[in-house]
Design a protein around this ligand. Structure first.
Ligand code: MN
Length: 196
């Protein structure tokens, strides 16, 4: 039985970058629905005994008739857990230490990295996620469709931004690019460094 994580801050804590109504709907409705539908999908299967992380790593071994539901809703649960945890009011402005070194090595600079990450979000057609992932000793930027999670393919997700319209439409309407550029103001780089 998977449970909805509690937010580590209040619904209005991420304002003005993400408004109270968006955070509340996103967490209490969207995220909750992924949890509920995942629990229905795993009921009576070996996945019912797994942690959410184990579920994501084992999606490809899921029973065929449940695989899509477990992929979509399991990813929905896990990706949103990562998202809420990596955000904070007044987060640190830049990565430090080994993570900073890996970003500089892969992209040339933090500015270049941000450009590439925003571009991954802008160019994801339809719904999905932009990611900074760890691949072996290196970091790279990628995007996934729907609720697919890099962890299923053996990559470690470090930072993910939700580019489904439900994540930004109330605050930014169709301006996904603006949401992507404002996002940096609430990233908790200490949490991202922990994942690294
Ligand atoms: Mn979402």
């Amino acid at each position: 039985m998977i449970e909805l994580m509690k937010l580590p801050y209040s619904y209005e804590a991420l304002e003005p970058v993400i408004g109270r109504e968006t955070v509340e709907t996103h967490h209490a409705k969207h995220h909750q629905t992924y949890v509920d539908n995942l629990n229905k999908a795993i009921e009576g299967t070996e996945f019912a005994e797994m942690s959410i992380e184990e579920i994501i790593k084992n999606i490809n071994n899921a029973p065929e008739d449940k695989k899509n539901a477990i992929r979509n809703n399991g990813g929905g649960v896990y990706n949103h857990n990562l998202y809420w945890e990596e955000l904070t009011p007044g987060g640190a402005s830049e990565p430090t230490g080994a993570l900073k070194e890996a970003i500089d090595k892969a992209f040339g600079s933090f500015e270049k990295f941000k450009e590439e990450f925003e571009n991954a979000g802008k160019t994801r057609f339809g719904s999905g996620w932009a990611w900074l992932v760890k691949d072996g000793d290196e970091v790279k930027v990628m995007s996934t469709a729907n609720q697919d999670c890099p962890l299923t393919d053996g990559l470690i997700p470090l930072l993910g931004n939700d580019v489904w319209e439900h994540a930004y439409y109330l605050d930014y309407k169709n301006a996904r690019a603006k949401y992507l550029s404002e996002f940096w103001k609430i990233v908790n780089w200490d949490k991202v460094a922990e994942r690294f």
